[in-house]
Design a protein around this ligand. Sequence first.
Ligand code: ATP
Ligand code: MG
Length: 529
Amino acid sequence: MADYIYTLETRLSPDQQKAVTLVLDAAKAAEMNLYLTGGAIRDIITGFPIRDLDFTVQGNALKLHKDLERAGAVVGDADDETRTLLLTLPGGVRAEIAMARSERYDKPGKAPQIAPATISEDLRRRDFTVNAMALSMNEGSRGLLMDPFNGTADIEAKVIRVLHNYAFLEDPSRMIRATRFSTRFHWPLEERTQARYESGKENGYIEYIRSSSIGYEIEQLAYEDDPYGVLKAYEKEGWLKVLNPRWSTAKVDTAGLGALMKTRQQMNELGYTPEVAPAVLHFLTERLGDKDISDLRRAIPRKDLVESWKDLDANAHSLAKRLSGKEAGTPGRTWQLLSSARPEMILFLAITARQQAVAQKIKNFFTKWRQVQQKIPLPEMTELRITPQMPEYAKIANDVFLLLLDGKLRSRTETLKYLKPLAPPPPPPPPPAPTKRGRGGKAAAAAVPAAASAKPGAKGKGKTAAVPATQAQVAPVPASKPAAPAKPVSPAKPAKAAKPRVEKPTGKRPQAKNKAKRKTKPKLQRKKK
Ligand code: ATP
Ligand code: MG
């Protein structure tokens, strides 16, 4: 049997893994069984990126609301009818926690009768076989995959198949979902599913779609990797006008959307992970009227998404203003300002900025200024013992970077002159070498060549210290959280920082002074101990 927990752990991002633990803790505290369901399971098996986490609990998911909020979750919606929470968990992880339920459809167009149920019953109310699987997160059955409709076989066959003949009649939004998944994965509908789909289309099942489903599907569009591709497919199938009667591909700012996706990709490569959904909605609806836009916003269940969408323009405007002012008067200050700005805002402004100067600053932030990192003299810093093990290292590296960026350190010599006084004192002398002759002495001598090959300046336990600082360690990294503003340091007066401590002569070991100069040998002797 496949080890799904292992696969899960290797496929989830660190933030998603933390989110799973957080939800599991909340469910345990409330004594509810927890299952990972829906797309996450499908994506674990297919290898597609896991975009959000859909959980199902046996019990009332709304009871977890307070606990999850205390743990840092933002609740975007709490649906009393299905007892479902839509959340954004720390690290921007999108999640949904639903009560396991059964649904009974009496009439098309009418909401189903909902009742709490077991996970097995819950899987029967799902849309497609590939989405009707659950992975137990519970002690005793952790890792058990429940796949009553053989979704794994359909994933293998790359087809989308409904669970029964009435799937589209009961919930016509499944036709929209079928189009969305088929477009995203390039998987066709299975033959009979296709026939049901065509018949649903011909017979106008879509008229019976519930308004809550419309809102949910508008929201889902925002998270697609190719939202325009899905929108085009919706238009072709006649679903777009269901989401909004005046929506069409002509209302989309395709250039803006294209630029958004391209810039996002570039930011991803630099280690930033901006949430693009609000901006996707902005560009998808760019040419729709205000009334239609507010209708769409009202329909979307996830309120934090709607708020971010609404705030985009104002936030971009305020960032543009700051970038045009004194606060961004030098490259270094601009760097600091942009490092502490939310990646989403930078991304949106990068595409929409009207002032050339603002756009240029963002461009430099992503390209030219980053190259200045290469000028940080890492080997010499290591020689000076200015290594990541130093508590002040990040600040020193950041200061040097900013000074280089602003042209205040213009050469390697100047940079080294600036750095030297910041170097920590040499390591204390080792205890005197054992004078014993025989085996121990031999071993110590034999170990010398290895020590001599260690990097200069390495201290503490060989392995980590000997590894030279990498660019990544030095370079001011993408700040998802605001970076601590580095104090501007005048290159002419570095004396305030870490004055080298002078070793007091003890009189006991007159040879210590000389030994301190020889870095490798003493270290080795210490290690041997
Ligand atoms: P993704 O999140 O990657 O777009 P998903 O399959 O997880 O895909 P969601 O919209 O997140 O889709 O829904 C989570 C799960 O809820 C689905 O996998 C499916 O099992 C179930 N589901 C959602 N909408 C419906 C529906 N209209 N009818 C039946 N089941 C549904
Ligand atoms: Mg999902």
